[in-house]
Design a protein around this ligand. Structure first.
Ligand SMILES: [Zn+2]
Length: 302
């Protein structure tokens, strides 16, 4: 059993609550909630990058390149532009334009309905949008699969062309799209590619990206000395610089802050914030659903 720091719940008694009740109680006590969402959240609600969802959509690419997962495959250096787009157009329909609603996202939206919160996510799928989130509260720090950028980063603008994506899926054969469908940068003529970050070139960060970033930073500033809950959900260790490390750092700087990590895998927690850390290791989708149901039932009673 665990104890919490003096600022949260009844710190004198050992907590014997279920994980859903614990999370619900902490969310009720928090004056502000910063939610960091990683790939584990999407995977928990069915948007997995491995298994049947991958093998059904990309049998030809798996046979040719022996890919193990869709995310790894999406970063591969394909042999030419036609092959790149044969893969990426299918990927963007599956993970963006045709992405269904995920229950965990809907539950999270309902849970947070009347609360003071903001979201930052490293996911580039369309899960928040289809779950009907207020997009003013969501910061996509790693781009979006529905957007295109100049592969040479010659200018900071992105493009969206759903019709072209659908046409490329429809007209491809033998893992190649027709040459004349490959999109090029209107400014420099380099190929356009999916809006994402890579190590050498970074990412195109357009006007909308900077707007989202400013709103997120404003939220942090407005709430920095309050009783703030940093809730990370399904955040692994691929890019800790965006969510995990800043959340831990901000927790360390504010003795009233609490760091709640929802993950079925065990990650290292720095010693300085252990007394301010709560681990929730049950199934993400189930815990969120239970919290949402409990809140819903209370609302009916009141
Ligand atoms: Zn360009």
């Amino acid at each position: 059993m665990m104890r919490l720091t003096e600022h949260w719940m009844d710190s004198q008694t050992e907590l014997t609550l279920s994980q859903a009740d614990l999370l619900k109680g902490l969310l009720e006590e928090a004056e502000a909630v910063v939610i960091g969402i990683g790939a584990g959240m999407s995977a928990a609600t069915g948007f997995t990058y491995i298994g049947k969802r991958f093998t059904d959509a990309f049998p030809d690419f798996i046979e040719k390149y022996r890919f193990f997962d869709m995310l790894q495959a999406s970063l591969f250096h394909f042999e030419d532009a036609e092959e790149y787009w044969a893969f990426q157009s299918r990927f963007s329909l599956l993970n963006f334009f045709d992405q269904p609603v995920g229950r965990a996202y809907v539950d999270l939206r309902k849970i947070m309905k009347d609360k003071n919160y903001h979201v930052i996510t490293t996911n580039a799928d369309n899960a928040f949008y289809v779950a009907d989130f207020d997009m003013e509260k969501v910061f996509h720090i790693q781009g979006e699969y529905g957007l295109l950028q100049c592969s040479e980063r010659c200018h900071q603008e992105t493009y969206q062309d759903e019709k072209l994506m659908r046409q490329m899926v429809k007209e491809q054969s033998d893992m190649k799209v027709p040459k004349d469908l490959v999109p090029y940068c209107p400014k420099c003529g380099a190929m356009l590619e999916i809006n994402k970050r890579n190590e050498e070139k970074g990412m195109v960060e357009d006007y909308h990206f900077h707007e989202q970033k400013a709103l997120y930073e404003q939220f942090l500033k407005d709430n920095e000395n309050r009783k703030i809950l940093f809730l990370e959900i399904g955040v692994g260790h691929t890019t800790p610089q965006f969510i995990k490390h800043p959340f831990q750092q901000m927790t360390k700087q504010n003795e009233k802050a609490l760091f709640v990590t929802m993950n079925q895998k065990e990650y290292f927690i720095p010693h300085e914030i252990r007394s301010q850390t709560v681990k929730i290791d049950e199934d993400i989708e189930e815990v969120l659903h239970k919290v949402q149901k409990k809140i819903g039932e209370e609302n009916v009673l009141n």
